[in-house]
Write a new protein. Structure first.
Length: 371
């Protein structure tokens, strides 16, 4: 059975408000006036200043803008991941760097270069001091467990023979899954170098664990296949068709409460599904992406909204209930990566720069007097 968490993420968030401007160490924008939007639930202490309570609504989402940006990258950001319980963010870039950020204080803590292997996808383990990342050099498709504290490899995971295009870590456990253009999905235990399982697929796979780590999904060829993580060798316990959309899957994700899933495809479709019945609830359309790009989308913490990139570089937001909420145009011509911060009124986009999007209080009637 597909088990879910008994309660959904709370829709109420507290945050501190800043009005100062800051340009330092490649950081540009309106400084820290709104960067401290992480909730106490996320493990970060809020700064001792004026605090307000806010929940995510259409109005709040429409008001969101870039509150801070790091513009010191020498290539496009290829991947990023928030740690589940700390205020840390990690990014991977085409400039062959891995960067660790303290989001609460809006600083880059460390830059690690991977010149020999390159870096493509990166994910935190449960330990915020270690990450797993994939290569981007075209000759070694191993995954690597890296200590961020001392820049040492703790383990190599060899098994794929082509580029790894999807990576998902099991919450609360030491397992992870990877999908590759070699048309295999491998199941791993961080404590051993050899893959623990292999599933063959008929296309480019997108993979994801649910928030409980009890179920994982593999999407390809117009279908999402649902597996019990404890009995995956028995095959999928359910298969969901996705509205006749047979183009390449890019990203598959679960909402925090496990009730919804989203799937993006290269033709610019963002599908939202009921993860129990497999019915398509909504399909949102953006500009298609090239075969070398990734159309990424992300649920808000409460699962009520979806934000997505687009093939023309724009950022879109939708209400799962009512449809389109906002669109932010861009001069970029490639789809940005996009991640919503856990338990927070903030999402990030990654292109040739890293941007933090937060509500603009001046656009909100209830908070217009706060500066």
């Amino acid at each position: 059975m597909h088990k879910i968490r008994p309660e959904s993420t709370s829709s109420g968030y507290r945050f501190s408000h800043h009005s100062g401007k800051k340009v330092q160490n490649g950081v540009h924008g309106e400084g820290r006036r709104l960067i401290s939007l992480l909730s106490d639930n996320n493990g970060g202490a809020l700064e001792r200043e004026e605090r307000v309570s806010m929940e995510l609504t259409d109005e709040v989402l429409k008001s969101m803008e870039v509150g801070m940006a790091f513009r010191d990258y020498n290539g496009r950001i290829s991947s990023m991941d928030f740690h589940r319980t700390t205020n840390h963010l990690v990014t991977a870039s085409d400039d062959e760097s891995i960067r660790l950020y303290d989001v609460q204080n809006a600083v880059c803590l460390k830059t690690i270069n991977s010149k020999k292997y390159g870096v493509d996808l990166v994910c935190f383990t449960d330990n915020p001091a270690t990450v797993i990342y994939s290569s981007k050099n075209g000759w070694d498709e191993s995954l690597r467990l890296l200590s961020l504290n001392d820049n040492k490899y703790l383990r190599y995971f060899k098994g794929h023979h082509d580029r790894v295009v999807s990576l998902s870590l099991c919450p609360h456990r030491e397992y992870f899954i990877s999908g590759s253009l070699d048309r295999t999905v491998l199941l791993w235990d961080q404590r051993t170098e050899k893959a623990q399982g292999l599933l063959r697929v008929q296309g480019r796979p997108a993979v994801s664990y649910d928030d409980q780590g009890m179920v994982f999904a593999i999407a390809f060829g117009g279908y999402i296949r649902m597996f019990d993580a404890r009995k995956y060798e028995k095959g999928p316990f359910d298969i969901f068709p996705v509205g006749g959309d047979n183009l390449e899957a890019n990203v598959v994700k679960f909402s925090n409460d496990g009730r919804l899933m989203l799937l993006t495809t290269t033709d610019g479709h963002v599908h939202v599904l009921d993860s129990f019945r497999g019915t398509v609830i909504s399909t949102y359309n953006v500009k298609p992406v090239s075969s070398k790009a990734t159309l990424e989308a992300s649920f808000s913490p409460d699962g009520m909204y979806v934000v997505s990139g687009s093939g023309d570089g724009s950022v879109y937001a939708w209400s799962v209930r009512s449809g389109k909420v906002a669109c932010w145009a861009s001069t970029d011509t490639e789809p940005p990566l996009i991640k919503w911060a856990p338990g927070s009124l903030m999402f990030t986009t990654g292109s040739s720069e890293l941007s933090f999007w937060v509500p603009d209080l001046s656009k909100l009637g209830s908070f217009a007097g706060i500066k």
